[in-house]
Design a protein around this ligand. Structure first.
Ligand code: F6R
Length: 241
């Protein structure tokens, strides 16, 4: 396990983007696992800049996002598809057919989940998975007490997660209570993992994830067992370590 403590959000974002960029430079057809939320926004901005400056080429890169809300269409501004297009994909030269997110509107969710796993496998598996961490220790939308062996599946979001996500919606009622998420097993299958965390609100959960006991009550604690895991956390998020 590598733990890189940096000064602030900007430094975290730059370092993360550098790692993703080297992954792509060394292997132009890399398969990336991507996250949404506030944390990776700065990383996406830096990667966009690297692309604009001609340093990174996304032509052969494939991406698989961790999760998507159940019941939200791609065109819904709150969907993760929309987020990824707005904040990253529309600014770089990734090919549309290389972008993958679970389809939150799929008629047969079970089939959608099985197919998502198959697509990851067909792409050769994930080379580098980017993760944020929820205040309750969730990674993807694997909430506390979900089985570690889970693969892509439909999850019921925690009350706390619904509340935390409500900042992006007009009211709490509008926040979806379900999502399709890669499972812990899917995430642990990635060859390399990069978890990013910034700010004091993440300090306690970062401590539990890195130093605490490995338990499904803190889903991120399983990452202690991954052979190639790097945490980039700023001073505030590292303040309990
Ligand atoms: C997002 C995801 C979530 C977030 C987590 C942290 O695709 O899977 O696990 O990474 O909720 O969110 P932020 O970065 O907004 O604090």
């Amino acid at each position: 396990m590598k733990i890189i403590v940096v000064n602030d959000y900007e430094e975290m974002s730059r370092k993360a983007a550098n790692i993703v960029a080297s992954q792509i430079i060394l292997k132009p057809n890399s398969v990336l696992g991507l996250a949404t939320g506030d944390t990776p926004l700065g990383m996406y901005k830096n990667l966009t800049r690297f692309y604009q400056e001609g340093d990174v080429d996304f032509t052969d890169v494939k991406t698989f996002n961790l999760d998507e809300y159940y019941g939200l269409d791609k065109s819904n501004p709150q969907s993760y598809y929309f987020y990824m297009m707005e904040n990253f994909f529309k600014h770089i030269n990734i090919q549309q057919q290389n972008i993958h997110l679970p389809n939150g509107m799929a008629e047969n969710i079970e089939k959608e989940c099985v197919q998502y796993e198959k697509n990851i496998e067909l792409a050769g598996g994930i080379d580098l998975q980017i993760l944020g961490i929820g205040g309750n220790g969730h990674i993807g939308f694997n909430e506390p007490d979900l089985k570690f062996e889970a693969i892509t599946h439909l999850v019921e979001l925690d009350e706390n997660t619904v509340k935390a996500n409500s900042r992006f919606f007009k009211s709490l009622d509008e926040v979806p209570t379900k999502a399709i998420s890669m499972g812990i097993k899917t995430i642990m299958g990635a060859r390399n993992i990069l978890l990013l965390a910034s700010g004091r609100t993440k300090a306690e959960i970062i401590y539990k994830a890195i130093k605490g006991k490995i338990t499904s009550e803190v889903p991120a604690s399983i990452l202690q067992l991954h052979p190639q895991i790097t945490f980039i956390i700023d001073k505030e998020a590292a303040s309990y370590l």
